[in-house]
Design a protein around this ligand. Structure first.
Ligand code: CO
Length: 439
């Protein structure tokens, strides 16, 4: 695989990031990639009839996705090879009672913070809106509701910062009042328009949704400007939602492009709600993956003993991005473990098991990297800075399948615009492909 493949991969990744402003869109666009590679969509409500060598996927809540291939050999002897990742990203979510009008006549959108967003980065840039709206079907009762994904690709909101001359000493965009200082502006008030109608008008005018049919919505703001390649040699990616859609894309592409013949069942699990603790029906801290693995085994005719043998033969990767050393803040890292952009995928360690990695699980990922011809790096937090966590511990705890926590290195994690290197993304994809194909 030469440079052209790397360029093609990076362009596909950037397209996926730009096309997927919310978890719903990440799942919809992920499903399209899978269908293009011969995967069949299964409904959880239908009876399944899986075949050896078959390629399938299912979605949960339109925001979580599990894709899998059925191995050619005995599952009891070969187990599952699982890559887990997450579809959600920190941001601003529109509340019920979506708009408020200030005494000066500004119409502002009323939002809550979703996850650990770096709020200062949401100021002074055009913001668009996307998500899903639940509408009454054909004017019927609420029981006949249907979901409409919407993406208003227009810069409809801006959250202007306070001009420097009006700052008090205590003003700090990283420590702002999340209610009063975080209300992006939509418009100036118009005579005769109720404040509750501004959002409905937007949905009607920009997304063709009949206001009378709207039952409820889950709508997010997102950065209007697209992600791009940057750097003197275009070696970097500056884009929203690298965490964790770049791992979703790498995992999905690796599964879709992995060779058709394989002994083990390969699984890609893209969970929602990692950024808010994972405890939802579509999150990693749920029965979603466990039940699906069980269902696959039962469908292949295994009894309980066979199922437990499959689990005992399985391994997993928890793929979530890692903090590279920031050149202006290198003292925030452990003195000896310094992952950098361009150095390859990063294995994450934590003695308190906030990352699920063990020496055994690190070893099988290192082995995959070796077969792929990819360098890897190691990360551990400074003892006086706690760092984050991932889906690794809960995914591994619930399934009892060992997991390695890893991810491509980035800077500016949880900023509206994150920053990574093209080679790390491509190398991670190659390592995933080797992991899947190694069985
Ligand atoms: Co993440």
């Amino acid at each position: 695989m030469g440079e052209k493949d790397q360029q093609k991969f990076a362009e596909g990744l950037l397209q996926y990031l730009n096309d997927s402003p919310t978890a719903y869109h990440a799942v919809e666009n992920g499903a399209a990639i899978l269908r293009a590679h011969g995967f069949t969509q299964l409904k959880e409500t239908d009876r399944w009839s899986l075949k050896k060598g078959g390629r399938y996927f299912m979605t949960r809540n339109s925001s979580g996705l599990i894709a899998f291939t059925v191995g050619e050999e005995s599952p009891e002897e070969n187990g599952f090879r699982i890559i887990g990742c997450h579809t959600d990203s920190p941001g601003l979510k529109i509340k019920p009672g979506p708009c408020t009008v200030s005494p000066d006549g500004y119409v502002k959108v009323n939002v809550e913070v979703y996850g650990g967003a770096v709020l200062s980065t949401w100021f002074d840039r055009p913001l668009a809106m996307a998500g899903r709206v639940i509408v009454k079907k054909d004017g019927g009762a609420a029981g006949l509701a249907e979901e409409r994904l919407i993406k208003i690709e227009e810069p409809v909101f801006v959250l202007p910062s306070l001009c420097i001359h009006l700052h008090k000493k205590t003003d700090d965009n990283n420590n702002l009042n999340r209610q009063t200082e975080l209300l992006p502006i939509l418009a100036m008030k118009e005579e005769g328009v109720e404040k509750g109608d501004y959002l409905l008008r937007l949905l009607r005018d920009k997304a063709g949704i009949d206001p009378a049919a709207v039952l409820d919505y889950e709508l997010f703001l997102y950065e209007y400007e697209k992600g791009i390649f940057t750097g003197g040699n275009r070696e970097f990616i500056s884009a929203s939602r690298l965490d964790d859609l770049s791992m979703v894309y790498a995992g999905l592409s690796a599964l879709a492009e992995s060779c058709k013949k394989g002994a083990a069942c390969r699984v890609l699990a893209a969970f929602d709600n990692e950024e808010v603790g994972s405890t939802t029906a579509q999150g990693a801290h749920s029965g979603l993956l466990l039940h699906t693995l069980n269902r696959i085994c039962k469908n292949l005719g295994l009894d309980d003993d066979g199922y437990f043998r499959v689990i005992a033969h399985s391994t997993s990767i928890s793929a979530d991005l890692a903090h590279a050393v920031h050149p202006n803040y290198s003292d925030r890292h452990d003195p000896e473990n310094h992952p950098v952009l361009g150095g390859g995928p990063v294995i994450k360690y934590s003695a308190s098991q906030r990352y699920a990695t063990t020496a055994f699980t690190a070893a099988y990922f290192m082995e995959a990297c070796e077969r792929a011809g990819v360098a890897f790096q190691q990360f551990v937090n400074r003892n006086d800075i706690p760092g984050g966590s991932t889906i690794g511990p809960v995914m591994s705890g619930l399934t009892t399948i060992p997991a390695v926590d890893m991810g491509a290195p980035i800077l500016a994690m949880h900023s509206i615009r994150e920053f990574g290197a093209v080679t790390d993304q491509y190398d991670t994809w190659k390592a995933f492909l080797a992991y899947y194909e190694g069985c």
